[in-house]
Design a protein around this ligand. Structure first.
Ligand code: FAD
Length: 447
């Protein structure tokens, strides 16, 4: 049916991209928008339910002209949102960032012609003294063995965003504009899409209710492939994160720090203002959970699951990273940890498209590890796809492209690094039950 502002729009998944889509559609004047999610915003399984995410307002220089164009368009839209949209602007902390690498391979990647340069305002870091001098005395006490890096100072378009608050803010504004959020394990959990007349006509929830709609937008993140056959275009992959509780004095010392990111060790950001928790991630190409074959039967299937613990080997990597940067924190117990799922397309470009066979189904998936930075604007592109007015080059980049996933190499690093031993896609099936952290239950409740 032709679209109008009174068309019924159903968004499956109210995480990062679902909230953004709801907001953009409401701002465009759609009056009948419903978001279904198994959890209230912020969903504990949303990749965006996190203290913070790295934001760098710079485009990836792609291999060809079209890639550069797409990257530039995405960046332009995200920048406008982070700098000027009152829904998002308060959550961007432009504290600067440091990017670093250790091995020759990762250094070569970092120092490629498209990487940081003095011409672009980056300051080279070569010695432990230079690294230490990027933060107040007493923060970086490590020796930075073998590290080389670049520093972009505060106020130059790089830093971090408060992820959870940005997502809540988008949902709040969408609700204010009339979007209905139907959330909960029964009323909001989608069990399957509704297929009628060779089309998708809505979704069924766990309470057996049929939600019919003129357009159904799938924004279920890493779980999208459990609801619709993505023909191997999504690889659900998890990363690991942990928090360290800081004292009020430490929190004061650690305020306004630049993000520190070693592409094969991990990254951390300043502690949050309310709870004084410092979040860190160990870096690696990710964990899959190989449990069977995909819908198309062509490959293995990585199935996401929720867990508010991380493998002990991940904890060990976090501590090794701390030992190189802030050894005084290396043995502090974690106050919180979890695995966090995202979904990679084979080329890590987003998948935002109408489905070629189901005209009323819109896909908004494939965040590919860089989907959070676009929360202010991604919903506008998903709305454009629904309204069939995506610019041709964006449409091509974001297209439904199963031909790119035929005989997909599930172990592909997809441009990521990790320390020795974790420089490969790992499998949660290899982690035994007693090889996980056992952080207290209060962490779970807070998640
Ligand atoms: P999500 O935000 O995960 O949303 C999916 C939603 O679907 C959830 O709310 C879930 O509850 C819901 N859902 C699932 N199944 C169902 C169902 N059956 N019925 C109803 N609802 C359902 N990106 C950056 O830009 N910068 C970063 O620094 C960065 N760091 C990251 C660090 C980690 C550890 C991880 C894991 C990801 C990171 N990312 C980062 C990537 C970014 O977080 C994701 O690309 C983005 O959040 C994906 O958004 P999404 O809406 O697709 O998925």
């Amino acid at each position: 049916s032709p679209l109008s502002h009174t068309s019924k729009i159903l968004i499956v998944g109210g995480g990062t991209w679902g909230c953004s889509t709801a907001l953009h559609l409401a701002r465009r004047g759609y009056t009948s928008i419903t978001v279904l999610d198994a959890y209230a915003v912020p969903s504990p399984i949303s990749a965006g339910n996190d203290l913070n995410k790295i934001l760098e307002l710079a485009s990836f220089a792609g291999e060809d002209e079209d890639e550069r164009y797409v990257s530039h368009r995405l960046l332009e839209a995200a920048t406008a949102g982070w700098l000027h949209d009152p829904v998002f602007q308060p959550y961007f902390h432009e504290t600067g960032c440091i990017v670093a690498a250790t091995s020759n391979k990762a250094r070569a990647y970092m120092n490629s012609p498209d990487g940081p340069s003095e011409a672009d305002g980056w300051i080279p870091l070569r010695t432990k003294e230079e690294f230490r001098a990027t933060m107040p005395k007493g923060v970086l006490t490590g020796d930075f063995p073998g590290w080389q890096g670049w520093w972009k100072k505060s106020g130059s378009g790089a830093g971090w965003v408060h992820a959870r608050k940005s997502m809540e803010s988008a949902a709040r504004e969408a609700a204010r504009l009339g979007v209905a959020f139907v959330t909960g394990d029964q009323v909001g959990r989608v069990t399957r899409l509704i297929y009628e007349c060779s089309d998708v006509k809505g979704a069924l929830t766990a309470d057996s209710k049929a939600h019919y709609a003129d357009r159904t937008i799938l924004c279920a993140g890493a779980n999208a492939a459990m609801l619709f056959d993505m023909e191997d275009q999504l690889r659900p992959t998890a990363w690991t994160l942990a928090h360290l509780k800081m004292t009020p004095d430490e929190a004061a010392l650690y305020r306004d720090l630049p993000v520190l990111f070693n592409v094969e060790r991990g990254f951390f950001m300043e502690p949050d203002a309310e709870h004084h928790e410092l979040k860190m991630c160990d870096e690696h190409p990710g964990y899959c959970n190989w449990t069977g074959t995909t819908g198309t039967g062509t490959g293995d299937k990585s199935t996401p699951f929720a867990k508010h613990q991380i493998p002990l080997e991940s904890e060990a990597r976090c501590r090794a990273f701390l030992r190189e940067t802030m050894p005084h924190l290396a043995d502090r117990p974690f106050s919180f940890a979890r695995i966090c799922w995202c979904a990679d397309t084979p080329d890590r470009a987003f998948l935002i498209s109408l489905h070629p066979e189901y005209p009323s189904l819109v896909l908004g998936v494939g965040g590919s590890g860089h989907g959070f930075a676009h929360i202010p604007s991604i919903g506008g592109f998903i709305a454009d796809a629904m309204e069939e007015k995506l610019d041709e080059r964006l449409k091509h980049s974001f297209r439904w492209r199963p031909e790119t996933a035929v005989r997909r190499d599930w172990g592909d690093l997809q441009g990521r690094f990790g320390p020795e031993g974790a420089d490969r896609v790992m499998d949660f099936q290899d982690i035994k039950e007693d090889e996980w952290t056992s952080i207290g239950s209060s962490a779970k409740e807070r998640a």
